[in-house]
Design a protein around this ligand. Sequence first.
Ligand code: CMP
Length: 139
Amino acid sequence: MVERTLSIIKPDAVQRNLVGEILTMIQKAGLKIVALKMLYLTKKQAEGFYKVHQDKPFFDSLTDFMSSGPIVVSVLEGENAIENYRKLMGATNPENAEEGTIRKKFALDIEKNSVHGSDSIENAKTEIAYFFNELEIVG
Ligand code: CMP
């Protein structure tokens, strides 16, 4: 099934000038970029995006980090895009990420893990709508 997923290149990766290399890995994996922008989340906006994690012990630190510098958000499209992008990212904790994944290559730790990707069709819809309206997605 052709799906769309939301990707975020997180502040740790943008700050280290890794945007180009990460987008190249995404494109080489066959995921099509159908929307793309750079922005700077406020703390409140980061809290809104990650509200499913609001009861987690890492919520405050995570939302501080996500509002600490610019991010690059994109919509990726393709067959099984959600699962394929999660495979390309690798495990949340880079210590467990496989060779060849974005997090194995670039992530600093479990929080500063360079990229985010939606984990389900339902969450992808909500997350995409958080950043893009339909006119901004070139389908
Ligand atoms: P992400 O895929 O964006 O989803 C939630 C984020 O919370 C995750 O990547 C990490 O950046 C962060 N995160 C998840 N688990 C932990 C943890 N145990 N400690 C700190 N941050 C975490």
